[in-house]
Design a binder for this molecule. Sequence first.
Ligand code: HEM
Ligand SMILES: *[C@@H]1O[C@H](CO)[C@@H](O)[C@H](O)[C@H]1NC(C)=O
Ligand SMILES: *[C@@H]1O[C@H](CO)[C@@H](O)[C@H](O)[C@H]1NC(C)=O
Length: 324
Amino acid sequence: MSPTLLLISILLGSTTALRPGFYSETCPQAELVVREILKSAMARESRSVASVMRLQFHDCLVNGCDGSLLLDDSPNMIGEKEALSNIDSLRSYEVIDEIKEALETRCPGVVSCADIVIMAARDAVVLSGGPNWQVRLGRLDSLTASQEASNQIMPSPRANATSLLQLFARFNLSTKDLVALSGSHSIGKARCFSIVFRLYNQSGSGRPDPSIEPGFREKLDELCPLGGDDSVTGDLDATPERFDNQYFKDLMNGRGFLNSDQTLFTSPQTRDYVKMFGRSQTRFFKAFVEGMIKMGDLLSGHPGEIRRNCRLVNSQPVEVFFEA
Ligand code: HEM
Ligand SMILES: *[C@@H]1O[C@H](CO)[C@@H](O)[C@H](O)[C@H]1NC(C)=O
Ligand SMILES: *[C@@H]1O[C@H](CO)[C@@H](O)[C@H](O)[C@H]1NC(C)=O
């Protein structure tokens, strides 16, 4: 990047406030293009919208919503894609690439990858039957990524409510935000890898998690037998292609898939919100949108750029300049 561009990026990074309609002059079709590409991705593979929505969470919690998650490893940097919570698990990066390509054709160098993730996550919810909302835009893409930070921050599917609440509080996300945002597990799938410990050896007990409803446990045991294939996937709730409040009803019936899901009902700190959202889809939708906007407002405060390719920073350092 030229010194002038770098300076502009730094200024933008520190002064730009996110706002709806950020691209209305510079790339008016941006939101339409994102929606259309997501629609066709969904037609090709229904799960892809869930996978895309998850990217917002994994991007925003690690150094803010800055597209750092999307960077491939490079000779100078180990990226986040192979971090503990991401490897063999995050998917549908190619949908983001497809959106980026389409936007670079129409408005080159204008729409950040970080904003694409935010728009796509919203559209994933809408296309699955969930609420619609205006997204705030104007983020910059990071110049680097941190596998170490991702490893330290992203929660384990084994996590209990106490540790999840502590984690979310670090990002100014409330108890209500935690429960509402966990409702994202209303769509999508997870691997046996993420639940075998709770089926056969919860907390080193050699026993299953007692909070799993017995009939459901039989189903899970069949899906994920001890010593079976860890990469087999199961649905995160009973209606995995519909964004609805079924997830919370499942938790109330001991039918949560992950320990980090079921713990929200077994723990007194979070149970009342599970019940509230299980009773009222309207309240769930409202709290979910608020949570997504708060999470989307997490910014890195670091200099950035508009990447041309979401997998690469625009200019790699040119080592030859520094050689004698
Ligand atoms: C509260 C803490 C959370 C934990 C511990 C957690 C953990 C997980 C795990 C372990 C999986 C399955 C991974 C695998 O087995 O490969 C998963 C899937 C998923 N997560 Fe979360 N998650 C959390 C919060 C969130 C949030 C806030 C969002 C989005 C707003 C989200 C969206 C998703 C989606 C949509 C899937 C399914 C993805 C697919 O089908 O490809 N999660 N999550
Ligand atoms: C929750 O998990 C944390 C971290 O693993 C652990 O230190 C703590 O004892 C657990 N709390 C409860 C109530 O199980
Ligand atoms: C949380 O809020 C406090 C007080 O408003 C603020 O100083 C801090 O930067 C916020 N933290 C994050 C991660 O946004």
